[in-house]
Design a protein around this ligand. Structure first.
Ligand SMILES: NC(=O)c1ccc[n+]([C@@H]2O[C@H](COP(=O)([O-])OP(=O)(O)OC[C@H]3O[C@@H](n4cnc5c(N)ncnc54)[C@H](OP(=O)(O)O)[C@@H]3O)[C@@H](O)[C@H]2O)c1
Length: 299
C-alpha cells in the first residue's frame, strides 16, 4: 500500500536563529509532535544564551554552524532577511564537507520565512541537493504573545518536494497554506506589512493626535480600544464600506477643516490624517467629495 501523508513520519527539524519567529515556531512545532533537534545560532555569547534558553524549552541542542550535527531532515531559517543567504551558505559548506568526509546523510529540506525574499536565497543549499522553499506566515510574532495559528495563511513558494513537506507541516500546525508566484512576493509582502507593522504605525499616530486633545499616550490607548475593537468586528462581519462612519461618510467638510487646523502643531498626525482621508475618497463611500477634495489636496 502506498504511504499516504498520515503514515509518513514527521520530519525532524533544526531551527536557525532564536528570535521571535524561531521561539514561536520551535514551541508550536514541538506541541504539534515534531522533534526539534538543534537550534543553530551565531557564535556570540548573547546569541548562544538565547539559543540555549530556547533549546532547553523544546528539548533541542543549542549549536553553532560549526558544531551543528545537521542531522535533522529539515532546516528552518528564522534569521533576519539580510542574513538568510549567508547563513545558508555557511551551512551548505558544512553539509558538503560532511558528505565528502564522513559520507553522512544531509537535510532533505530547507525553508525560510521571509515574506519578501524568494526561496532562491537558499540556493547554496539547493546546490548541495537540498529542496528549498519560502514559507511565510501572515501573522505577527513578538515576545510576550503566543498567537493561535488556527486559519492563519502561510504563503509558499519554491521547489515541489519542499512545498509538499511545508504544506503538510502548515496543516499540522492548524494553519492554511497557499501558493504565491515568485513574481508576486514583493507585492504580497507590501500588503503583509500594512496588516500589522503599519497598522501599528497608524495606532502610534493616533496616540499623537490624542495628545493634541490633552490625553496621555496610555490614556489614548485605553480609551481608543473599545471603538477600535468594534471597528475590526464590524469589518470582519460587514466589510469595509458598511463599517464606515464619521465626518467623511456624512460629507462634513467644515468638521474636517477644523480637524486639520487643530492638528497643525502635530504635523506627523496631520500628514497621516490627510493621506488616510484621501484613501477614504478612493475606496470608501464618502459624500460631498467636491467640498472635501480641495481640503485634502495640500499636506
Ligand atoms: N516576527 C514576525 O512577526 C515574523 C512574521 C513572519 C515572518 N517573519 C520572518 O522571520 C524571520 C526572522 O524574523 P524575527 O522577527 O524572528 O527576527 P528576530 O527576532 O530579530 O530574530 C532573528 C534571529 O536570527 C539570529 N541570527 C541573525 N543572524 C544569524 C546568522 N547568521 N545565523 C544564525 N542566527 C542568526 C538572531 O540571533 P543573534 O542576533 O542573537 O545572533 C536572532 O535570534 C525573518 O525572515 C522575518 O521576515 C517574522
Amino acid at each position: 500500500m502506498p504511504k499516504n501523508e498520515k503514515t509518513l513520519r514527521k520530519p525532524t527539524v533544526a531551527i536557525v536563529g532564536a528570535g521571535s519567529l524561531a521561539t514561536f515556531l520551535a514551541m508550536a512545532l514541538r506541541d504539534a509532535g515534531f522533534s526539534i533537534a538543534e537550534i543553530v545560532t551565531r557564535d556570540l555569547p548573547r546569541s548562544l544564551r538565547r539559543a540555549r534558553l530556547l533549546a532547553a524549552k523544546v528539548g533541542a541542542q543549542a549549536v553553532t554552524a560549526h558544531s551543528a550535527a545537521l542531522d535533522a531532515t529539515l532546516l528552518w531559517f528564522c534569521v533576519p532577511d539580510r542574513e538568510i543567504h549567508d547563513a545558508a551558505s555557511v551551512l551548505a559548506d558544512h553539509i558538503v564537507a560532511r558528505v565528502l568526509v564522513h559520507q553522512k546523510a544531509i537535510p532533505r529540506f530547507a525553508l525560510h520565512s521571509s515574506g519578501a525574499l524568494l526561496s532562491r536565497e537558499l540556493d547554496p543549499l539547493r546546490r548541495a541537493g537540498v529542496a528549498v522553499a519560502s514559507v511565510h506566515p501572515l501573522m505577527t510574532f513578538v515576545a510576550g504573545a503566543r498567537p493561535s495559528l488556527q486559519g492563519v495563511p502561510f504563503a509558499l513558494e519554491g521547489d515541489g518536494a519542499a512545498l509538499r513537506v511545508a504544506r503538510r507541516i502548515v496543516r499540522e500546525l492548524g494553519a492554511e497554506s497557499f501558493s504565491l508566484p515568485a513574481s508576486r512576493k514583493a507585492a504580497y509582502h507590501a500588503w503583509a506589512t500594512l496588516t500589522s507593522p503599519l497598522l501599528l504605525a497608524f495606532l502610534v499616530t493616533l496616540e499623537e493626535a490624542a495628545r493634541a486633545a490633552g490625553l496621555t499616550r496610555e490614556d489614548a490607548r485605553r480609551k481608543s480600544l473599545p471603538i477600535i475593537k468594534q471597528t475590526l468586528a464590524n469589518y470582519s462581519r460587514l466589510g469595509s464600506a458598511r463599517s464606515f462612519s464619521g465626518p467623511l461618510i456624512r460629507g462634513d467638510a467644515e468638521t474636517v477643516a477644523k480637524h486639520l487646523s487643530a492638528l497643525k502643531k502635530h504635523p506627523g498626525a496631520r500628514e497621516v490624517y490627510v493621506v488616510l482621508a484621501r484613501a477614504a475618497l478612493r475606496g470608501l463611500p464618502v459624500k460631498n467629495r467636491d467640498g472635501l477634495s480641495p481640503l485634502l489636496r495640500a499636506l
